[in-house]
Design a protein around this ligand. Structure first.
Ligand code: NAP
Length: 251
């Protein structure tokens, strides 16, 4: 059974892997056997060290994904440094908070360009390679706001709802080509991204009260879902948005 989850010999790209969910997913994929290209605008030295300590290879690829300019180079560097590309995890993401009536164009573009536009063009670039080799695995990081509206985060909600739709569209186009396109929708996970919410006593209590599991998620809670969707265990899973949320959506 463990063979189904074995990623030995596979090469993965994880974006935004220097911290938080991306770091935990990169380490989990390496623990399952994958070599990992760590793509982002900040150095991912700690993640690279942890991957090498497991005995897998790590490559660091500098890329600011607020534009699509670096994407061609990201794929080329991964192929030249790690010798393949089997798994893409689109994790890098950002958020801006303001009332809808005051929301600026800059706050719209910054979030949608990183969370949705770059995600699509990374899928396209990786997809071209994966179609050529007859298969691959793409995992997009969605959100509870792929299902719910949220408040004061219009560009984030639009981008993460878009990620869910895009995941289904790409699954429809590429399932027959051996590519699985799925998404993970994390619930409330303790990372930099949610530091403000954790620090707000009232919001923190409201959130905790609504989570059936009774706690915030931790980044390693996402590792199992990522390995599943990256491995042959999920070969017949297509266009699915897998919530890892301590039961939040079940309420
Ligand atoms: P995080 O700790 O803030 O990590 C975000 C990652 O994205 C960082 O590596 C960050 O790099 C990278 N990133 C942001 N903008 C980028 C850009 N323009 N170019 C390249 N990399 C960029 O947050 P996280 O919670 O782990 O978030 C990871 C993903 O999970 C995001 O897509 C987020 O929307 C999603 N998510 C998180 C939660 C949660 O509760 N935490 C819930 C649902 C979904 P820097 O360090 O350089 O900024």
């Amino acid at each position: 059974m463990s063979k189904m989850f074995d990623l030995t010999g596979r090469v993965a790209i994880v974006t935004g892997a220097n911290t938080g969910i991306g770091q935990a997913i990169a380490v989990a994929l390496a623990e399952a056997g994958a070599d990992v290209a760590l793509v982002g605008r900040s150095a991912a030295d700690e993640t690279a060290e942890r991957i090498r300590a497991i005995g897998r290879r790590a490559a660091q690829v500098n890329a600011d994904l607020s534009t699509i300019a670096p994407i061609k180079g990201v794929i080329e560097r991964t192929l030249s440094e790690l010798g393949g590309l089997d798994i893409l995890v689109n994790n890098a993401g950002t958020i801006r908070r303001a009332d809808a009536v005051e929301f600026s164009e800059d706050d719209w573009d910054a979030v949608v360009d990183t969370n949705l536009k770059s995600v699509f063009f990374l899928c396209q670039a990786a997809g071209r390679h994966m179609i050529g080799q007859g298969g691959g695995k793409i995992i997009n990081i969605a959100s509870m706001l792929s299902f719910q509206g949220g408040i004061r985060v219009p560009s984030y909600t639009a981008s993460k709802s878009g990620v869910a739709g895009l995941t289904r569209l790409l699954a429809n186009e590429w399932a027959s080509k051996g590519i699985n396109v799925n998404a993970i929708a994390p619930g409330y996970i303790a990372t930099n991204n949610t530091a403000a919410l954790q620090a707000d006593e009232t919001r923190n209590r409201q959130i905790m009260d609504r989570i059936p599991a009774g706690r915030w998620g931790e980044p390693p809670d996402l590792g199992g879902a990522a390995v599943f969707l990256a491995s042959s265990a999920s070969d017949y899973v297509q266009g699915h948005i897998l919530a890892v949320d301590g039961g939040w959506l079940a309420r």
